[in-house]
Design a protein around this ligand. Structure first.
Ligand code: FES
Length: 93
């Protein structure tokens, strides 16, 4: 299981291969297809435990002018093992 934290608080534990779009709140989603950018998150920790970004994700992040270490949650899955931690920083709504 991969521990997922949001804003430094443990949110849940996920089996490797789980797509972040299955997590739901507090993550927010729009199109769920990598095009709208609603689901952008900043990865504070454990970027190496995430699936690599697709070409479409990279294009959307570039179009948005997203900072380094940002990912689209709808296009991202966790990988790793029981000691893996992925830390996300969510923007205040
Ligand atoms: S929900 Fe639209 S890009 Fe992720």
């Amino acid at each position: 299981m991969v521990q997922l934290t949001c804003n430094k608080k443990l949110l849940c534990e996920l089996p490797a291969g789980t797509e972040l779009q299955t997590v739901g709140a507090p993550l927010r989603f729009g199109c769920r297809q990598g095009g709208c950018g609603t689901c952008v998150v900043e990865v504070e920790e454990g970027e190496e435990h995430l699936s690599p970004p697709t070409k479409e994700e990279k294009a959307t992040l570039k179009r948005m002018g997203a900072a380094a270490h940002c990912r689209l949650a709808c296009q991202t899955a966790v990988k790793g093992n029981h000691s893996s931690i992925v830390g996300l920083k969510l923007k205040e709504s």
